[in-house]
Design a binder for this molecule. Structure first.
Ligand code: ZN
Length: 226
């Protein structure tokens, strides 16, 4: 596992970036490059979603989802929370600083992210025992969408605090990707070999509104020859 010293609030970077692929959920391999402040260019190897359990200055813990976080192996031992990427969401976030603390607010709510000055960087304050606070669905996504039969503590040597399976749980990704419906037969198997030899036609039902040309119905003609 790569080193993970935490997230640093960066007011210059335009994308969220991490050197730690273990943090990324729903990972996609996407090759690209990013420019750094010193005009150097480094390679990006993928992107995904990161969940940070942030701790506010009054002790509240909440899950902050960062989408499209770039995996940048050459970034060094840090992850960058890009303020510009947050503000570009247009969701009313604002940034304030008071000496050794930096806060990210959403509209008039208490802060959602608290950064504390550590040497020259404002480091995002995170919940120290995140394993206990992560939801069942977050574990399910992080471990590659296993079924509840396999997502059990005794199947993972280091997972003693897995949450219980919620009632009526549904995962949209699993419902889509694990569907057992059979693929329909390809229409290429039954194509006619000559244009206009076989035409499929269908009459649509009456429109609720008359068209510009004062028509109330439409009819399709599709040549079976492809
Ligand atoms: Zn799933």
């Amino acid at each position: 596992m790569s080193s993970y010293p935490g997230w640093i609030i960066d007011t210059v970077a335009s994308s969220q970036m991490t050197n730690n692929p273990d943090l990324l959920m729903n990972f996609e391999t996407v090759k690209g490059t990013v420019w750094l402040g010193d005009d150097s260019v480094i390679e990006t190897c993928g992107r995904g979603t990161v969940v940070i359990l942030t701790k506010t200055s009054i002790g509240h813990v909440s899950s902050v989802y960062l989408k499209r976080v770039l995996w940048v192996p050459g970034l060094g031992s840090c992850s960058w929370l890009a303020w510009r990427a947050i503000v570009s969401l247009g969701k009313g976030f604002s940034l304030a600083s008071s000496g050794k603390d930096m806060y990210i607010f959403r509209e008039n709510q208490p802060e959602v992210i608290w950064g504390k000055l550590d040497r020259q960087d404002y480091v995002v304050q995170e919940e120290k025992e995140p394993a206990k606070k992560i939801t069942y669905q977050q574990w399910h996504e992080a471990l590659g969408h296993p079924s509840p039969d396999y997502l059990k503590c005794n199947n993972y040597s280091d997972a003693t605090n897995l949450p219980k399976v919620p009632k009526d749980r549904q995962c949209k990704t699993c419902l889509t990707s694990k569907s057992t419906k059979r693929k329909p037969t390809s229409i290429t198997d039954i194509c006619s070999d000559t244009p206009f030899k076989l035409i499929h036609s269908n009459l649509g039902r009456k429109f609720s509104k008359t068209s510009f040309a004062k028509s109330n119905y439409y009819v399709t003609f599709i040549d079976d020859c492809m």
